[in-house]
Structure formats: structure tokens, C-alpha cells
Design a protein around this ligand. Structure first.
Ligand code: ARG
Length: 426
């Protein structure tokens, strides 16, 4: 005879909890569907929500535990820093705040799941967005055996039905659930979707903006900021040394006050949908401009051009959830190796929504006044240009002569080529 089997332990699911409607409903739904224990984990990447309140809400709904992990510093230093070095802007515009935060959240969730011995990780993303891909692909890379659940993709409820479900089950939902917009925030950007913004022709109402002032409220005189860079990263603001997190926070305030950092574009999602996205990212916009400008001053031409093509590919990788891919790591190594000389100061003028680089200096500057000047002291050898142009233009000249020959007597005029050549090389 064998002893009665031990009662199976209750399954433990770790839920990436934002405090919003989807993840609040998910706590209840997961418990009901799987009869499991749900642990809520919120990763703080600088969203302005009241995260203590979110923890209380998670427990009130039925989470056995609720944690907030402060990952702001790590977000700045391990995720935003490489993005700055790579000038990472998706489709030339979007500084990737949401896309960079998801792999960090996945990293924290995996750490926590392993520590608590969780059986699965759940997220509240729907089936239409990029974030489901970023969460899941990142978890697959970090914990290949981990089970992943996506309740909001499975339950097939509309937003109204979700609110109905919440009311029916006594789930306290944040008042903001009734707001028409879907907002995602981190220190790097604030993304606003839905509501009237779904009409691609409708101008975003002023009321959606929280980080940036419209032209009517921003100061009537310009403000200058000086950003100091060391090996590709911003290290000081107006002469004061700051760590990256503080520098981003200060610059968000300063540039946002001048209305800098509003982005409104049509974006190609990974899942094939075009969406109208509105962002506020004052610090990101200023830092990317400043960093690129400094690179232009200190990097050789061929490296600058080559890096610009890699930057686009890098932004695509990050956007598409491949942060933990070997390719992304290899690209980081390339970007790092280009940044040694990216040290110097950039002066940016902020005024009524625009940020313009108006001055730059660097100990590694490749800009030479002696070569560039049109005035006295010019050291450029003007006579060398003639031979250079002969060689540079020769393929075009030969092509043109050959094409004339094809249309005419069938023989290329070798004399014309030789004559020109003897004129130059006498
Ligand atoms: N379109 C951006 C991205 O995919 C931002 C998404 C913001 N998410 C949100 N729930 N509002 O990275």
C-alpha cells in the first residue's frame, strides 16, 4: 500500500502589474482560471503613477504579495545609455522609451520568479501591440523554460466588458480607467495612444500633454543648455556633473518647459499595424541631437556614415524586442568602440518647441579652422583639387564616352581620355 499522494501545491504566477485596468482584472481572472497564487510585481522605470497605491490595489484585488522594484538607475545606465550611444530613434523619431523598458522589466520579473520559485510569468499586454512580443521574447532569452501567460490576449473582453467584469467582481479599478487614452511612461518618454488620437488627421488636444508646454505657455525668451559628454555619454548639465538619471530628469523639466520633445507620427508596429503615436520626450530629443552633433565633430567621415546605417538597424532590433539577442550585444560592442573620442560640450538653444544645436567644442575635434577657412591662414592645398577631380570624375567621363560610342561609330574616343590625362599629368 502506498501513502495517499501529497496534496498538489498551488501554482504560483508572477504578474507584471502596472496598476491599470488590464493587469488589475488579470489578478482576479488568473486566480479564478488557474486556482493559483498571484504575486504582483511592478517595475519602477520612472512612471509618475502612485506605485504604493498600486501595491495596495493589487493586494486588495487578491494578490498574495505585491512588490515594487525601483529600477530607474539601472534603466538609465544599462538601457538608455547604450541607446544614446547608438542614437536609437525608431523610424527616425521615437526614442524607444517603452521598447527599452520592457526587456528591463522582463529581466526583473525573471529574477523575481526564480527567487520566489514561480511557475509562470504573466503580462497584461493585448494581442495587437509590440509589448507582448518584447516581454515574451525577452523572457524566452533569459529563462527559456519559463511558462508565459498573456491573460488579456486570451480573455477576449472589450474595454467596457473589462470594466463590467471589474465591477461585477468588486475589483477596485483606478479612476483613470475611464480616461480615453492609453499612457505608458518611463523617464525616457511618455507615450499617448487611443481616444481622439486614433483619427490620424486630428491634432492632439493640448490636454494630453503633461511634460511639455504648448507655445502659448512656454517662455518668450530662449534658454541655452550646455551638455557635457564623456566617451559618448552625457555627464554634465550647464557645468554641473550629474549621474545620467538626474541629468535626464532635469533636462525633461528644462526642455519640456520650452515645449521641446513632442513627437507625433505614424509608426509601423512589429505586428503589421500602422498606428498613430504621440510622445513627449524632451530630454531624449535634446540628448540625441547633442550626441549626434558631437559625433559629427569628432568621428571620421566614413565611421560616421557607417554608424548612421547601423543606428537604424539597432533601433529596429530594440523596437522589435530583440534587446537580448547576440546581434544586439555585438552592435553594442561596435557602438562602444566608436565612442572613445565622443567627449566635449554641446550648446543647445531651446525656444518655443525647438531645440537647435548652436555650438560645440571637443578636445578630440576633427574640425580644423585652418582647413575650413575662406579667410587668411587657409592651409588647404587648392591646386591638389584639380588632380583629385580628374580621378574622381574619370569613371563618369569614360562611361559617357563609351555610351556616345555605342550610339555613334562604335569605337570609344580614346584620344579624348588621353588628352585630358596628359593635360593634368604633364
Ligand atoms: N508605440 C510605442 C511602442 O510600441 C509605445 C507603446 C505605448 N504603450 C501604451 N500602452 N500606450 O513602443
Amino acid at each position: 500500500m502506498h501513502s495517499p499522494s501529497k496534496k498538489k501545491e498551488q501554482k504560483k504566477i508572477l504578474l507584471a502589474y502596472s496598476g491599470g485596468l488590464d493587469t488589475s482584472v488579470a489578478i482576479h481572472w488568473l486566480k479564478e482560471k488557474y486556482g493559483c497564487e498571484v504575486v504582483a510585481v511592478t517595475v519602477d522605470v520612472g512612471q509618475s503613477d502612485d506605485l504604493k497605491e498600486a501595491m495596495r490595489r493589487a493586494k486588495a484585488i487578491g494578490a498574495s504579495r505585491a512588490w515594487v522594484i525601483d529600477a530607474k538607475k539601472e534603466f538609465a545606465e544599462e538601457y538608455i545609455a547604450p541607446a544614446i550611444k547608438a542614437n536609437a530613434l525608431y523610424e527616425g523619431n521615437y526614442p524607444l522609451g517603452t521598447a527599452l523598458a520592457r526587456p528591463l522589466m522582463a529581466e526583473k520579473l525573471v529574477e523575481m520568479a526564480e527567487r520566489l520559485g514561480a511557475d509562470a510569468i504573466a503580462h497584461g499586454c493585448t494581442g495587437k501591440g509590440n509589448d507582448q512580443v518584447r516581454f515574451e521574447v525577452s523572457i524566452m532569452a533569459l529563462a527559456p523554460e519559463m511558462e508565459i501567460l498573456a491573460p488579456a490576449r486570451d480573455w477576449n473582453m472589450s474595454r467596457d466588458e473589462e470594466i463590467g467584469y471589474a465591477k461585477e467582481h468588486g475589483i477596485p479599478i483606478p479612476v483613470t480607467c475611464d480616461a480615453p487614452y492609453s499612457i505608458d511612461e518611463s523617464i525616457w518618454s511618455r507615450a499617448i495612444e487611443c481616444g481622439v488620437l486614433e483619427d490620424a488627421w486630428a491634432e492632439p488636444p493640448e490636454s494630453i500633454f503633461e511634460w511639455t508646454k504648448g507655445a502659448d505657455r512656454s517662455p518668450d525668451s530662449a534658454e541655452y543648455v550646455e551638455i557635457g559628454f564623456e566617451s559618448g555619454l552625457p555627464v554634465s548639465l550647464n557645468g554641473t556633473t550629474m549621474d545620467l538619471l538626474d541629468l535626464i530628469a532635469s533636462l525633461n523639466d528644462i526642455a519640456g518647459n520650452h515645449g521641446v520633445g513632442r513627437i507625433d507620427h505614424i509608426e509601423n508596429r512589429l505586428v503589421g499595424i500602422k498606428s498613430r503615436e504621440v510622445y513627449e520626450a524632451p530630454a531624449a530629443v535634446v540628448l540625441m541631437k547633442a550626441h549626434q552633433d558631437l559625433e559629427s565633430m569628432v568621428m571620421p567621415k566614413d565611421m560616421t556614415h557607417y554608424k548612421r546605417t547601423m543606428e537604424q538597424q539597432y533601433a529596429d532590433l530594440v523596437y522589435n524586442g530583440l534587446w537580448f539577442s547576440p546581434l544586439c550585444k555585438a552592435m553594442d560592442a561596435f557602438m562602444d568602440s566608436t565612442q572613445q573620442s565622443v567627449t566635449g560640450t554641446i550648446k543647445v538653444k531651446l525656444f518655443k518647441g525647438s531645440a537647435v544645436v548652436v555650438g560645440r567644442e571637443s578636445p578630440h575635434s576633427m574640425y580644423s579652422t585652418a582647413l575650413a577657412t575662406y579667410e587668411k591662414g587657409d592651409e588647404f592645398d587648392h591646386s591638389a583639387a584639380k588632380g583629385f577631380i580628374y580621378v574622381w570624375g574619370l569613371p563618369l567621363k569614360v562611361a559617357s564616352l563609351a555610351s556616345a560610342a555605342k550610339n555613334g561609330n562604335g569605337v570609344m574616343n580614346e584620344i579624348a581620355v588621353r588628352e585630358e590625362s596628359s593635360g593634368v599629368c604633364k
